[in-house]
Design a protein around this ligand. Structure first.
Ligand SMILES: [Zn+2]
Length: 70
């Protein structure tokens, strides 16, 4: 597995990913120009930070405890 943005190899040992990565999968629908194509990419944490820091509206961040109502 590689980061789609920088090409960095994501370390995998015994089929377990050794670092956390951002995985995106999008199934485009009829109302897009991509007519039912499935798009997939991975980003390492560095590239994820780089890309999301260029957003005008920042990423919504919740802690897992809040989401689970703990
Ligand atoms: Zn990267």
């Amino acid at each position: 597995m590689r980061c789609n943005s920088c090409g960095k190899l994501i370390r995998i040992e015994n089929s377990i990913i050794r670092e956390d990565v951002f995985e995106a999968v999008k199934e485009w629908g009829y109302f897009s120009k991509k007519d039912l194509e499935i798009h997939k990419f991975n980003l390492c944490e560095e590239c994820y930070d780089k890309i999301t820091s260029s957003f005008i509206i920042p990423v919504e961040i919740n802690s897992k405890n809040e989401v689970m109502g703990l």
